[in-house]
Design a binder for this molecule. Structure first.
Ligand SMILES: Cc1cc2nc3c(=O)[nH]c(=O)nc-3n(C[C@H](O)[C@H](O)[C@H](O)COP(=O)(O)OP(=O)(O)OC[C@H]3O[C@@H](n4cnc5c(N)ncnc54)[C@H](O)[C@@H]3O)c2cc1C
Length: 375
């Protein structure tokens, strides 16, 4: 029986497992993840601002695997030997016939050890809980958000919502090294977001970097200094180290360049944030919609390879995106149409509820949004 290993139980990985099970009774499916819980990443900032309970954004991967007839192994992959079809962790090795790399991405500290030591990241429900715990101490005068991309903006607005709820009024400062926030997005959107941030008394510093980071002190390249400051680092992401060490073509973020069938060789596929795929001459952004579909297609193409039939080329469909802001003044572009305000917020959460799994989690998110977060 052919053995298919999937590294990573995120959006791409669980879609691949479900699709494999649907397509074939006669394969061994093994899901390896370094943690036992699936995490619904797009709503992590809502744990802070909208008080969504973290357990509604999780489910147990061993239970999911048991239901789908797959085997779950909790382990961290540290190396892949593509020549010999073998994976390695620090304690074990695993042989595969087919592999799907779906290990997503993680915070990139760009080798800044001080940022890694003193800054807070937001890669998992555990990270969100760590941020909430720190906020609960109420010992900071300023919150510095490093990075003015989607995540930085979402975190900043959720932080303001959290502080408003507690009737606190500390400074929130987004520090962005580029000349503007939200990099390649359209000008109207940047303007819209900037206006909203201003209304929320969130300061934005552009063309500025972090010069010195200490336990509760941050100094910036514009000579500004903040004492009693909490740093939240949302300045970029990268793929896992084992991908960087693969001798295959990658982007600077370490995303693997894939052929039209989502492969890096005949029996190794990648899906989700771990891979990159060009669409209309631009790399596809990291997003849930692409991860899910790529996971399913990688699974289908593996089954076609096993059966000796033709593989299907990946043709991305981009439904669009929303930049959700916690005061419900969001903006986005869906099916080529620009949306603003509450409607854009509603579209975002509609997609989140639709993409989340299980009745309990969906109801938890809906009631959480209605109770604490909809205002
Ligand atoms: C705060 C935040 C907000 C976001 N908001 C949105 C949004 O609004 N809309 C949107 O479309 N996208 C959003 N995204 C991006 C989206 O979540 C990702 O594109 C998506 O999760 C990628 O799915 P994936 O399956 O590739 O990886 P992930 O969902 O990251 O899953 C990867 C899995 O691999 C595991 N893993 C990693 N390394 C190893 C290893 N070495 N060994 C074993 N297991 C490993 C991890 O534990 C994890 O379970 C957001 C992301 C974040 C962090």
């Amino acid at each position: 029986m052919k053995k298919i290993i999937i590294i990573g139980g995120g959006f791409a990985g669980i879609s691949a497992v479900s699709k494999l099970r649907q397509l074939g009774e006669t394969v061994d499916i093994v899901l390896i993840d370094s943690k036992e819980e699936f995490n619904f990443l797009p709503m992590l900032p809502d744990i802070i601002g909208r008080r969504i309970r973290p357990d509604f954004l999780e489910f147990k991967l061993p239970d999911f695997c048991q239901k789908t007839g797959a085997k779950f192994i909790k382990d961290e992959v540290i190396k892949i030997d593509l020549e010999n079809n073998t994976l390695f962790s620090s304690k074990d090795s695993y042989h595969y016939d087919y592999l799907i790399i779906a290990s997503g991405s993680e915070t990139n500290f760009y080798g800044n050890e001080a940022a890694k030591k003193h800054g807070f990241k937001l890669d998992s429900t555990k990270d969100a809980i760590a941020i909430l715990d720190q906020l609960g101490k109420n010992i900071f005068d300023t919150f510095i958000i490093a990075g003015g991309g989607y995540t930085g903006i979402e975190v900043a607005t959720n932080l303001r919502k959290y502080l408003d709820h507690k009737k606190l009024n500390q400074r929130i400062v987004i520090v962005e090294r580029a000349p503007s926030i939200l990099g390649p997005l359209p000008e109207w959107m940047k303007q819209y977001v900037n206006n909203n941030l201003k209304n929320l008394k969130i300061e934005v510093l552009t063309n500025v970097t972090l010069d010195k980071i200490e336990a509760d002190r941050v100094a910036l390249s514009n000579k500004a200094e903040f004492n009693k400051a909490m740093l939240i680092w949302t300045a970029g992401v990268k793929t896992a180290d084992f991908i960087f060490n693969l001798n295959k073509e990658k982007t600077p973020q370490g995303r693997l360049k894939l052929d039209e069938f989502l492969r890096i060789n005949n029996n190794c596929f990648a899906a989700g944030d771990a891979g990159t795929f060009s669409y209309k001459d631009k790399p596809l952004r990291m997003a849930v919609q692409f991860s899910i579909y790529q996971g399913e297609l990688a699974a289908k193409n593996i089954m076609s390879s096993i059966r000796g039939s033709n593989l299907k080329a990946y043709k991305p469909v981009d439904l669009g995106y929303v930049i959700p802001m916690a005061n419900n003044v969001s903006c986005g572009n869906i099916f080529g149409i620009n949306f603003r305000g509450l409607f854009a917020t509603a579209l975002h959460y509609f997609m989140c509820i639709y993409r989340s799994r299980g009745f309990r989690n969906r109801m938890g998110i809906i009631t959480g949004l209605l109770r604490g977060g909809a205002k």
